[in-house]
Design a protein around this ligand. Sequence first.
Ligand SMILES: Nc1ncnc2c1ncn2[C@@H]1O[C@H](COP(=O)(O)OP(=O)(O)OP(=O)(O)O)[C@@H](O)[C@H]1O
Length: 615
Amino acid sequence: MELPYWLTSTQEAANTDFSRMLRRLPRLLREAWLLGWRASRRTTAAVLVLQLATGVASAVGLISVVGVFDGLLQAGPTPERVRAAVPSLSLLVLALAVRGLLRSAATAAHGRLSPMVYETAEMRLLDLTTRVDLATFDDPAWRDAMQRARDRGTMAAQQLVDQGIEVLTSVIGLTAAAGVLAVLHPALLPMLVLAVLPTGWAAVRAARLGYRSNLRLIAVWRRQRMLAHLMAEREPAGELRAFTVRRFLLVEVARLLRATTEEEIRVADRVVRTNVTGQALSGLATGLAYGMLCWLLWTGRMELAAAGGAAYAINIGIGKLSELTFAVNRVYEQGLYFADFQGFTELSQERAEPSLERRAPERFEEIRLDRVTFSYPEAERPAVADVSLTLRRGQIIALVGENGSGKSTLAAVLAGLYRPQQGTVTWDGTDVGVMHPESIRERVAVVMQEPTRWPLSARLNIAIGRHDRPVSLNQVQESARAGDAHEFVMELPRQYETLLSRHFTDGADLSGGQWQRLAVSRAFHRDAPLLICDEPTANLDARAEHDVYRRLRDLAAGRTVVLITHRMASVREADRIYVLDHGSVVEEGDHQELMAADGLYAQLFTLQASAYQSA
Ligand SMILES: Nc1ncnc2c1ncn2[C@@H]1O[C@H](COP(=O)(O)OP(=O)(O)OP(=O)(O)O)[C@@H](O)[C@H]1O
């Protein structure tokens, strides 16, 4: 099935090669165990010791079985043979009992460790995803990596720890079986290996096929989940029906699901074929091992007692080797996914914002942008190009321009959300590049174009603006009044304690304008020296808009306000207006100057004013 380019652009992982993976495994295992260690040292140590002890008890059991055979198949009267077998038999019973106990204890410890590893890995992932700079979120390669790490990587950390233990225990068991065989007849040893190699090969190949297929499908899954989300969520439900796009979306999802199904069927077929080949070859080699044992007996090269022990050791050895190949294969498979997790954590660490000592000043007199250029990843041209502007304390600065002219991007640079690739942003003469980015953002309050609808209570939706400070309900109410939200919040079923999410019982939802008023209240509550409002009134009715601007002007007394709006009437009173076009400032001045200049601003203003007059 043909898929669009953006669904197939995910790069194949460079490292599915088995030998390469084997070389990386020790490091991956170590990293996975480190996660366990970080989660709980005691439990990790307990799991390790108990599993090792279980392996040793199994080995003792195996050796004592050979002793039992040896005793029973000796020449001589039966009672004597039984007597000769008794010590080994007792040891066997003891070993089995101890092994049973150890295994239970190991399972219990393991049961505790596994979720702890998962928890640690998940927390690490979330810590990193919230630590990277905002621009990283616009990089599709990083998002793919994040998706892979989220989908399977965290689980893989847990599984890798589990399978690492399996590898250890089967190695101990195998060493015991191989040791016994080597003592009984060295020629039997290679037979043992031969019997398991094909299954091992098949298992590794199957794992690689699965991983590669996952890699190919990752973008398709992401897209499909996105569409499924659109079809199952409340917010788009109205538009989906209004535009009757149901069928269109269903066809699109069906197309993606078909691509996934076809790929999975294709892989399943190849995996089955691989496994059948592996098992057939292993069966053949096992037959050869037993054939060789018969030949050794037949030609008198081996005693019957030894042959009995050897047959048992071969049986156990093949079992252990199969366990080992299975465990190594699982380690390999999970290693591939865990490598995604590791890769993602490394990538995110590289993209993490610098942790600088110097903090932004509490207040500023002047913020200056000097020839600032910012481009989004993979964009052909900059969203903000060579922009210089100055904001002074107490000023209201307006950014105007047509859609896509770069206003929001410029605001994000001012808010410290994006770092420009060229040019400088200075606060009272100090380059913000040398200050801790979070300390800049602490001094900024932003009303986003699409404010986040936090699934929290109305009170927290406002208080989250300064969640680090304890606040009284009175203070929250004051901010709500400033943002014109108090009245409607008081009409909610539980007033300030009403949960604002329809996804939970008794949760309430708000209108677009009410959400926007909450966002404005949140920004007021933040009480920062720089307030950036990206179309704060787009959803507000005329009275609310008038009130918000009046308050903004009051607020600007000791602060600086950057205002982005398409409502030209609201811009008139700004101290300075910058007009953007294709990312560049094409005009600047106050309203009178810009009207006199008769450029883009005058055009936009006259257009809107005449629309109102003729209405
Ligand atoms: N996250 C992003 N990743 C890539 N390109 C982006 C991103 N956001 C915006 N752009 C591009 O950057 C340019 C400027 O966008 P921006 O949102 O800053 O414009 P704007 O003036 O705020 O527009 P509007 O008036 O529609 O809000 C546009 O060409 C847009 O396509």
